[in-house]
Design a protein around this ligand. Sequence first.
Ligand code: PMP
Length: 286
Amino acid sequence: MSLQVWVDGKHVDKERATVSVYDHGILYGDGVFEGLRLYSGKIFRTEQHMRRLFDSAKAIRLQIPYTAEQMTAAIYETARINKLTDCYVRLVVTRGIGALGIDPMKCASPTVFIITDLIAVYPKELYEKGVPVIVSSIVRNHPNALSPRIKSLNYLNNVLAKIEANDAGVPEAIMLNSAGNVSEGTVENIFLARDGVVFTPSLSEGILEGVTRGVMIELCKRLDIPIVERVVERHDLYICDECFFTGSGAEVMPVNKIDGRLVGNGAVGPLTKKLTDAFHRYVREE
Ligand code: PMP
């Protein structure tokens, strides 16, 4: 049986799971989404993901036609049908089918779909040694244009940063905000460490409030590792001892080189190792 995708309440074969060319999600990137994970058959941090989804939808004046409980049940049902207990989940809500023209009021009802599938953001072997990255010339969305806290279907600037990384022959790019300070990766939050202190850009730096970021901050506190949310400058990237990305898709990915500068001595550092181990233990325990 082909992989089943949940589309507006029905299970559809992956090959037949399509949306209309009149859907404003396609025509205007008008919609929101979530990326979640199932570990050992359980959705990791359901409430936080659902909260962010509903917050994102509220910010763009999109009324989701299901409750968080209904969508959670749909995720579990879809994963069960696909016999998946450890997988990635993509939950998308678009403005729905409408007329040509931007007006969202002309869309009758949102389109909702759920994909449960395996994901490999990076090849497995890279997790051992980390990835080299560049700092992108593409600036992260200004919060007054489109808040990066909205997980919207508008990812073009992140896509352009990823293309820049591809052109440079590296797997990922770090994006700066309009003030020239560090925001995040194209699909992950970023953490650095220097002299035993872990730090990460504050929410006010124009970043997505990552669920994995929140878990990492909690784990630092639990392990008595000093953690600070602050302004992070490009220079901090060049002189840090350790650096890693966090995200539901990528999980924890060490960074070993930034714009040609080795991170520490280029090997995965002790705090990164400790936090990565703690993260993998935690997601199975919770
Ligand atoms: N930043 C961006 C831009 C992202 O797309 C993601 C992935 N959702 C993240 C950070 C990480 O967020 P989370 O830990 O909630 O997956």
